[in-house]
Design a binder for this molecule. Structure first.
Ligand SMILES: *[C@@H]1O[C@H](CO)[C@@H](O)[C@H](O)[C@H]1NC(C)=O
Ligand SMILES: *[C@@H]1O[C@H](CO)[C@@H](O)[C@H](O)[C@H]1NC(C)=O
Ligand SMILES: *[C@@H]1O[C@H](CO)[C@@H](O)[C@H](O)[C@H]1NC(C)=O
Ligand SMILES: *[C@@H]1O[C@H](CO)[C@@H](O)[C@H](O)[C@H]1NC(C)=O
Ligand SMILES: *[C@@H]1O[C@H](CO)[C@@H](O)[C@H](O)[C@H]1NC(C)=O
Length: 390
């Protein structure tokens, strides 16, 4: 690409008119690279549709263009011409032989043909090792950046990027282990750890349900494990670790299911008055983990329905009565229930629009649902200890 065009593009990116997506496209943990070793920043993108992929380097408030991959191929900015820079179509940036001056933030812009842009940033810490100087110096890295896991003085880190220079062996046999047994919100913890049977791992990326981990998750200094303590209900989900080196990457997954102790309140949403031949839907919801098993009763008699919805395709007069939804949480062994009364009226008996009473009922119902949701949220949050154990 011609340089003026590139400048214009960069200018466009700096102006705010473009849509910028908030999707995570880079891992959150900083990358640590020993001085002299190569930088390899993998994105979380897989075969993105793009017109341009632009990498910039930010240090001391100044931005330097590193390189752009565009329709005409790779364009490397002058200062980086002899640095072995490459960008793959996945956005993977490589820069050879880092110096302390390469310490800083790297940012990526992925621009598609409609001008919409995905952006991401990642910190790169260039580590000056013992072999080069008499004492271990960490260039602009504070000890607290390493990890929350070691409270005593952290062990010296000479482990980052130690192996390379020989060709990377492909990674295989990646396995993640997680906690076994029941996990209770507020009083259980999880240590997820990831291992590769073969290959030298240079980068580990952790994700939960495809996005960044929560801020309560602590990634170990060697990035091989993640500790969540205590677990909260929001920690439910699928965790992925992706181990990679320049030659390959492989992922492993583990699902965590965190149980919120309290029997979850049950709500039924349905109309109270319907006309004959109307379709009636009773919606029973219980914010339960694992999903509840539902049973329904009509006037006290069990019905052959096990879903959260009870549907009457065409109401008849004898459908008038009391409906009970019971939600059973198999893990906590708790059941909660709720009743709802429906009365079936003659056709045309109910007004076209909603009566004031019905509107008030809906408003109250919505408020009650919101109140229950808020109550549940705070209930689970309350159990968070005030002081962290570290
Ligand atoms: C850059 O990466 C692409 C895609 O992996 C590869 O085909 C190309 O050979 C690389 N270029 C250099 C100079 O390494
Ligand atoms: C965690 O909660 C469960 C359920 O209430 C309880 O049985 C268990 O004793 C609690 N464990 C601790 C360590 O508090
Ligand atoms: C988590 O598990 C891994 C592998 O078993 C272990 O190396 C690590 O020390 C554990 N972390 C904590 C905080 O227990
Ligand atoms: C609850 O539902 C699940 C999934 O439908 C089923 O496997 C399980 O047997 C049910 N448990 C009870 C107690 O009905
Ligand atoms: C169900 O109960 C309601 C209210 O008690 C009653 O009016 C209705 O007739 C009953 N319906 C049947 C089919 O038993």
């Amino acid at each position: 690409m011609e340089l003026p065009a590139l400048r214009l593009l960069l200018l466009l990116l700096l102006s705010s008119g473009l849509t910028v997506s908030q999707e995570d496209i880079l891992p959150h943990e900083p990358i640590k690279v020993l001085v002299g070793k190569d930088l390899s920043i993998q994105t979380l993108l897989s075969k993105p549709a793009f017109t341009f992929i632009i990498w910039n380097f930010n240090s001391n408030g100044e931005q330097t263009h590193v390189a752009t991959l565009g329709p005409a191929g790779l364009n490397v900015n002058d200062p980086y011409k002899s640095r072995g820079v490459n960008i793959t179509t996945d956005g993977h940036l490589t820069v050879k032989a880092l110096t302390p001056a390469d310490n800083g933030q790297y940012s990526i812009n992925v621009v598609d043909s409609k001008g919409s842009t995905k952006t991401g940033e990642i910190d790169v810490k260039v580590i000056v090792s013992q072999r080069h100087f008499s004492t271990l110096t960490v260039t602009s890295v504070h000890r607290s950046d390493w990890s929350g896991l070691c409270s005593a003085p952290c062990p010296t880190h000479d482990d980052t990027e130690e192996r390379p220079l020989q060709p990377h062996k492909p990674i295989s046999g990646v396995k993640m282990t997680g906690p076994s047994g029941k996990l209770f919100a507020g009083n259980s913890s999880a240590n997820l750890s990831c291992e590769a049977a073969k290959g030298s791992v240079t980068q580990v990326v952790w994700l939960k349900d495809g996005s960044a981990l929560s801020s309560r998750a602590v990634v170990a200094a060697d990035q091989r494990s993640v500790l969540i303590d205590p677990l909260q209900k929001e920690d439910n989900g699928e965790y992925t670790c992706t181990m990679s080196n320049a030659a390959s990457k492989e992922s492993a997954k583990v699902k965590l299911m965190v149980i919120c102790e309290r029997p979850e309140p049950v709500q039924i949403t349905a109309e109270s008055e319907v006309e004959v031949t109307d379709r009636v839907v009773l919606d029973c919801s219980a914010a339960s983990v694992p999903p509840a098993n539902y049973t329904w009763k009509f006037n006290g008699t069990k019905q052959p329905i096990t879903t959260s919805q009870y549907v009457i395709e065409k109401a008849v007069y004898s459908n008038t009565g009391i409906y009970t939804c019971e939600a059973y949480n198999a893990l906590t062994g708790k059941t909660s229930s709720k009743t709802h009364t429906i009365s079936v009226k003659a056709e045309g008996e109910l007004d076209e629009g909603l009566s004031d009473g019905a509107i008030a009922g809906i408003v109250i119902g919505v408020l009650a649902a919101v109140a229950v949701a808020i109550g549940l949220f705070f209930y689970c949050r309350q159990k968070v200890p005030v002081a962290s154990p570290y």
